[in-house]
Ligand binder design. Structure first.
Ligand code: AN7
Length: 378
């Protein structure tokens, strides 16, 4: 049987390895996810991403504040989307779907096309023409997706794929597919396990708003199970030119250099608002300038390369730090306040942005004196 074969190919060799490797989020959190023994597990061993202490940001955030970076760029396709995609594609495979479909600002398409390839399924992708980063486009193409570059923004692409999914027998794998949210909630589980408790504050970039919705679901589930004794404040940051949740209305023409979150009508609008309200957090905006400052700081001071959209969480943290926000938060006892910034995607997704941000000098002749002068070794 074909379905069996796929899951066997994926599983058996790993179980023969001498050390037991991380099994991917479905096996790691099976009892929390909508899978059964007959679900073929399509995995690239996503998850188990590092939670990196940030000395620079901790110092900037104030006294007795510890800032950690949940670096989702180390997922197999370089973004957090892989957590949701392993579940969505496994369930699509279980349902014997032949093809999957998504609209994307880039990362969803990269992830969907990779997991579909792994599952032996076809993938169809609608992207806003000229508005996705090069790395992401290269991923969708090389994984064999049928890519349609549409002369419209992401919101229009999402409306189109919703219609297509109603007309044709294909599975929609945008985050309106609940299996995506289920997989993505595992990021909260990992954070709680690493810290031994929920953080006090969880800060995340917000675009289509599936991620913040999923994180809040994850924290609430662990709270209900007694795995954590408190819930974090959920803070979300949108880009100023693409901040419908902050403005309280749809943005018809979203604009930001952070193309991943250039979204004017988020699908999980309600989920994001609920996360903010129920946790007593909020959703605010940061400017492109603030995003790029945080982007450069992370790379230059912490050695962590993220794509611009991911830096929105850190831009938000820095903005709050300047206003004394963390110092004013209530603490219990003498323990430090823990803040986690979610870094959603890898910097290599968008190399053009890095090169635009830092100027490379013109080519030099291979002369010791010229070169030592040029690199500051005089
Ligand atoms: C790096 O790929 O929407 O608020 O189509 O790629 O859950 O949408 C990407 C979103 C943040 C926002 N950071 O997450 C897509 C897409 C990065 C992203 C977001 C995205 P959501």
């Amino acid at each position: 049987m074909k379905v069996r074969m796929v899951s066997d190919q994926l599983r058996t060799p790993n179980s023969r390895l001498r050390t037991s490797p991380w099994p991917g989020i479905i096996e790691a959190y099976r009892s929390h996810l909508p899978v059964s023994p007959v679900t073929p597990v399509v995995t690239l061993l996503e998850g188990n991403t590092p939670l990196i202490f940030s000395p620079t940001l901790s110092a900037q955030a104030g006294r007795r504040v510890e800032v950690y970076l949940k670096y989702e760029g180390t997922n197999p396709t370089g973004s957090f989307k892989d957590r949701g995609m392993t579940v969505a594609i496994s369930k699509a495979k279980e349902a014997k779907s032949m093809a999957v479909l998504c609209a994307s600002t880039g990362n969803t398409s990269a992830s969907a096309s990779a997991y579909a390839a792994r599952a032996g399924m076809r993938s169809l992708v609608l992207i806003p023409s000229g508005a996705i980063a090069l790395g992401k486009l290269s991923q969708a193409l090389i994984h064999g997706a049928r890519v349609a570059a549409v002369e419209a923004n992401f919101d229009a692409c999402l409306a189109l794929v919703k219609s297509l999914a109603q007309t044709f027998p294909i599975t929609l794998v945008n985050s309106i597919n609940p299996h995506r949210i289920e997989g993505q909630k595992t990021i909260a589980f990992e954070i709680c396990e690493t810290l031994g408790e929920a953080p006090d504050v969880n800060i995340t970039p917000v675009g289509n708003a599936g991620n913040i919705t999923a994180q809040w679901k994850g924290y609430r589930e662990y709270y209900r199970l007694g795995r954590i004794a408190r819930l974090p404040l959920m803070l979300g940051f949108q880009a100023e030119g693409a901040a419908p949740l902050v403005k309280g209305k749809i943005v018809a023409k979203p604009r930001t250099i952070a193309t991943a979150i250039r979204i004017g009508n988020p699908a999980s609008w309600q989920g994001a608002m609920a996360a903010a309200e129920e946790s007593r957090g909020f959703i605010r905006a940061v400017s492109d300038r603030e995003i790029l400052e945080a982007y450069r700081l992370l790379a230059a001071r912490e050695g962590v390369f993220v794509e611009p959209a991911s830096a929105a969480s850190v831009a938000g943290l820095l903005k709050l730090a300047k206003s004394g926000y963390f110092g004013a938060l209530k603490r219990t006892g003498s323990r430090p306040l823990t803040v986690v910034c979610i870094l959603t995607g890898h910097g290599l997704k968008d190399p053009e942005r890095a090169i635009k941000s830092i100027r490379l000098g013109k080519p030099l002749p291979p002369s010791l004196s010229v070169i030592s002068k040029a690199v500051g070794l005089k």
